[in-house]
Design a protein around this ligand. Structure first.
Ligand code: HEC
Ligand code: HEC
Length: 214
């Protein structure tokens, strides 16, 4: 399923590479003349949604994500610095030939979209999750998430927006930070997640998916 999606996307890219379509309609990932908005709407949209509000939790939401953070992650995939398995599987190929200007344009496009809540988080866990987000878990040495991600989870610069993110994706990334070095820019998150239990992760992720957001 995963592989077939990538194959389909790459096939589309390959087909348009062979055509003499105008740059504004081309999906050719290797052509630096293709405007970022065209790539966003014709390539990225297949997984992340046309407005960055992905439907499937397999794909992180990009809508209203911090521009600086998106730039950093795309460059991280392009240089293979961010090496978590799904980043490797899905994003290394896609980012390989993007120019810095295209990356900037893609980040501007997605950061300007409005984030729509993907649906309520697990109602049994939301209250506990809110506590972790706002107050941390002092007994476990976990700082409040809001310190870096903002009171409304809106993020700031290199600190990503986490509000309305799919909870499955959040849990996956918390696990990556805690158990691997596959996201070396997440040293802060390594300390934060050090003593989080699976249940703590599920709770905070449930809260982020539905938190009252700005
Ligand atoms: C075939 C599906 C697919 C396509 C097409 C795709 N992505 Fe992704 N993208 C993913 C997946 C899956 C992840 C999550 C990887 C992970 O878990 O590390 C991801 C992650 C990202 C991230 C990191 C998000 C975060 O919150 O850290 C950014 C930024 C991103 N993609 C941008 C793009 C852009 C821009 C395009 C178009 C040029 C694009 N993607 C096309 C599947 C895709
Ligand atoms: C000391 C600052 C800091 C604190 C506190 C913090 N974070 Fe983070 N967080 C970051 C930074 C910086 C990144 C980006 C790492 C990167 O670029 O790889 C990040 C990334 C993340 C991501 C990945 C986002 C994505 O789109 O892939 C999630 C999820 C996350 N943090 C959740 C949390 C939660 C939940 C808490 C509280 C338990 C928390 N963070 C506390 C700094 C912090």
């Amino acid at each position: 399923m995963k592989t077939s999606t990538i194959t389909a996307v790459l096939a589309i890219a390959a087909i348009s590479a062979g055509c003499t379509t105008s740059p504004t309609r081309s999906r050719n990932l290797a052509d630096h003349n293709v405007p970022a908005k065209t790539l966003a709407q014709q390539v990225c949209s297949n997984c992340h949604g046309i407005d960055g509000n992905s439907v499937s939790p397999n794909f992180p939401k990009l809508a209203a994500q911090q521009e600086e953070y998106i730039v950093a992650q795309l460059k991280g995939f392009r240089s293979h610095r961010r090496a978590d398995p799904e980043g490797y599987e899905y994003m290394w190929g896609i980012s390989r030939s993007l120019s810095d200007a295209q990356i900037k344009g893609l980040a501007a496009y997605f950061s300007a979209q409005k984030s729509i809540p993907p649906g309520p988080g697990n109602p049994k866990l939301v209250a506990e999750g809110r506590k972790i987000f706002e107050s941390g878990l002092p007994a476990q040495g976990v700082p409040p998430c809001s310190t870096c991600h903002g009171d409304h989870g809106q993020g700031n610069g290199q600190f990503p927006r986490v509000a309305y993110q799919h909870s499955d994706y959040v849990i996956k990334q918390l696990t990556v930070f805690q158990r691997t070095n596959e996201r070396p820019d997440g040293v802060a998150m390594k300390a934060v997640t050090h003593s989080l239990s699976d249940k703590n992760m599920e709770a905070v992720a449930a809260y982020l998916q539905q938190m009252p957001s700005k």
